[in-house]
Design a protein around this ligand. Structure first.
Ligand code: GLN
Length: 303
């Protein structure tokens, strides 16, 4: 099968389970998403791009942005970041507070909310504009100038952000946030609220498939840092279902409650699947099913 046939098959497999997912309902902008929407795109390291379904329909990237925040914070600031955030799966929900006290305000990993608040704080210190750095990077890698923060979603996130505010203040009490908490939260809510489509994210994930090289051939990260980010994505990128994702899909991947999942095959390319209906953990039911089918049927695997 060629890529287009593989993607169509994965879409058909996903279509059978879309009804099992429920869109995130903690903010109106996500709750009104159509659970029957599905899109999927892949971008190879040789520049091929393929897509199926609603692959050009923009959606809220949510926690997929955490991958880019980590990469940019490491690119600008180096590995001292790992003194402020760990690399272990949390085994707890993405917005959990419970491990932070015993671990002295150092979050388990950069892909849960607490960890992403720390990487956002670091990127803010390093660049002066964490959300702008994420948007600029996504635009440059995808070639899509329309990628932007959706201000209505960002305002909604802020309006329902008590738990993220609690996480941020708690870490600040341990000295693990260096900027004013309100500023860190504003940048965090903004990069969660970026709107992009499957094609954009598959292209933007390419630097991890190219071992740290950006779309224009310049180096963002060392080969070693790219390897390490992929490893942390595999173990921590899909919340407390990272084990199940590794079993079913077997790729480094990052999900978001907007329903997107971006997965990487080092040396081959990146693939993004999206459907708004989520399972109980917060991962897209349709995107998981599609990625599982795709990796079962193609030679896109790290195993
Ligand atoms: N904006 C969401 C939050 O902060 C992102 C969570 C997610 O996608 N898992 O809770």
């Amino acid at each position: 099968m060629n890529y287009d046939e593989l993607l169509e098959r994965s879409r058909d497999v996903a279509a059978r389970v879309l009804g099992r997912g429920v869109p995130a309902d903690y903010i109106p902008a996500l709750a009104c998403a159509d659970p029957n929407d599905f899109g999927m795109a892949l971008a190879t390291v040789d520049g091929e791009v393929h897509g199926v379904g609603e692959w050009r329909k923009p959606f809220s990237v949510q926690s997929v942005s955490k991958l880019f925040v980590l990469a940019l914070a490491l690119a600008h600031g180096g590995t001292s970041l790992w003194r402020r955030v760990g690399r272990e799966p949390s085994g707890n929900p993405f917005n959990s507070l419970i491990q932070l006290e015993s671990e002295q305000g150092v979050p388990r990993n950069p892909f849960i909310n607490a960890g992403a608040l720390v990487t956002t704080d670091a990127l803010l210190s390093l660049t002066g504009d964490a959300q702008g750095a994420v948007v600029d990077f996504l635009r440059a890698e995808s070639g899509n100038p329309d990628i932007a923060v959706d201000p209505a979603v960002a305002a909604s996130e802020a309006g329902h952000g008590h738990r993220n505010a609690a996480l941020a203040h708690f870490m600040a009490s341990f000295g693990n946030l260096h900027n004013p908490v309100d500023e860190v939260l504003a940048h965090y809510f903004a990069h969660c609220s970026v709107t992009a489509d499957c094609r954009d994210l598959a292209l933007a994930g390419g630097f991890l498939a190219r071992h740290g090289l950006r779309a224009d051939g310049s180096r963002l990260l060392s080969r070693s840092d790219a390897k390490r980010i992929n490893a942390v994505l595999l173990t921590c990128g899909t919340y407390d279902a990272a084990g199940d994702f590794a079993y079913r899909v077997g790729l480094p991947g990052k999900s978001g409650v907007g329903g997107g999942i971006l997965a990487i095959v080092p040396g081959r390319g990146a693939v993004c699947a999206w459907s708004p209906g989520l399972d109980a953990v917060g991962n897209s039911v349709g995107a998981m099913a599609a990625l599982e089918d795709f990796t079962e049927r193609s030679d896109w695997s790290v195993f």
